[in-house]
Design a binder for this molecule. Structure first.
Ligand code: CP
Length: 324
């Protein structure tokens, strides 16, 4: 059975297949009728134990565009608040015939546990687990970079070989950073992490990337700069420089953005804290891809659901859209 738990599990061929399939899926969004019949009769469950705006909505949109039935489960307002376990929640979903379970959970490893437990038969997709991984976010980020940096011919195997990507901020708590480091390395890009020393994970020197403590030093050599939210909900005050100090050293404002090469883009997975890691001037500029990232997330999640549930064997990149 196939699952998507970690970007580290993807080979280059896997990653390129997902990105190229997402290019085909993106064409569906440009049509008057934005739907494919591919997953008719299949059921996708969105199982969210942590809050989400973008990921939950885009998995729902992706499943619906592929004609799947969608069940949305959110821990708030469910029997989880009465003490029901992940196992019993999973068994309940299995009884409802889930073909795929998209899970977000505060505990690192919860999607892996679900995929290997035998509690459910369907494919498991990690929609963010604790501080571990967020693989579809990394895929949509790579898709966005490929489109912006490689140009209109992006796709069909054209990847990010040799591009220089800088990821800035709360690396310690960021599942987005972890998944991006793995995937971008697999795609041949060069990643530099920039963070305050207190927000760098132990063992980062073993990650396939460089580390810097000076944003100003790395900006002139960056093709893309990905700003991260400071995840205060996962830290205590002792970790954290003052907001003013953080913005001064690690925030991206117009003056800093001007140090980036002309072609370079600014990214953010959202949600953004405007005024702290990114100013409104930068967030609203043409160089910032935040809104594109959200739109591209639907195409990526369509590709992932399609490849896991429907079409891997016959997934020549032109197949999904050509079949309609
Ligand atoms: N980027 C991201 O995962 O956003 P949400 O938490 O809103 O899903």
């Amino acid at each position: 059975k196939r699952h998507l738990i970690s970007a580290a599990d993807l080979t280059r061929d896997d990653a390129v297949l997902i990105l190229d399939t997402a290019e085909e899926m993106a064409r569906v969004a440009d049509r008057p009728i934005k739907k494919l019949p591919t997953l008719r009769g299949r059921t996708v469950v969105n199982l969210f134990f942590e809050d989400s705006t973008r990921t939950r909505i885009s998995f729902e949109a992706a499943a619906k565009r592929l004609s799947a039935d969608v069940i949305n489960f959110s821990a708030k307002g469910s029997s989880v608040s009465k003490g029901e376990s992940l196992k019993d929640t999973a068994l309940t979903l299995e009884a409802m015939g889930a073909d795929a379970v998209v899970i977000r959970h505060g505990a690192s490893g919860a999607p892996y546990r679900l995929a290997t437990s035998g509690w459910i038969d369907g494919a498991v997709v990690n929609a963010g687990d604790g501080t571990h991984e967020h693989p579809t976010q990394a895929l949509l980020d790579a898709f966005t970079m490929r489109r912006r940096l490689v140009g209109p011919d992006a796709g069909l195997g054209k990847d990010l070989e040799g591009r220089r990507i800088t990821i800035v901020g709360d690396i310690l708590h960021s599942r987005v950073a972890r998944s991006n480091v793995h995937l971008l390395n697999t795609l041949g890009a060069h990643v530099t992490l920039v963070a305050p020393p207190t927000l760098v994970p132990v063992g980062v020197e073993r990650w396939p990337c460089d580390i810097s403590y000076s944003l100003d030093d790395v900006l002139p050599d960056s093709d893309a700069v990905m700003m991260l939210r400071v995840q205060r909900e996962r830290m205590n005050a002792a970790y954290f420089p003052t907001e003013r100090e953080y913005s001064r050293r690690y925030g991206l404002d117009g003056e800093r953005m001007a140090k980036m090469p002309e072609h370079a883009v600014v990214m953010h997975p959202g949600p953004m804290v405007r005024g702290m890691e990114i100013t409104a001037e930068v967030a609203d500029s043409d160089r910032c891809t935040v809104v594109e990232q959200v739109a591209n997330g639907v195409s990526i999640r369509m590709a992932v659901l399609y490849l896991l549930l429907g079409g891997y064997e016959s997934a020549a990149p032109s197949t999904p859209a050509a079949r309609t």
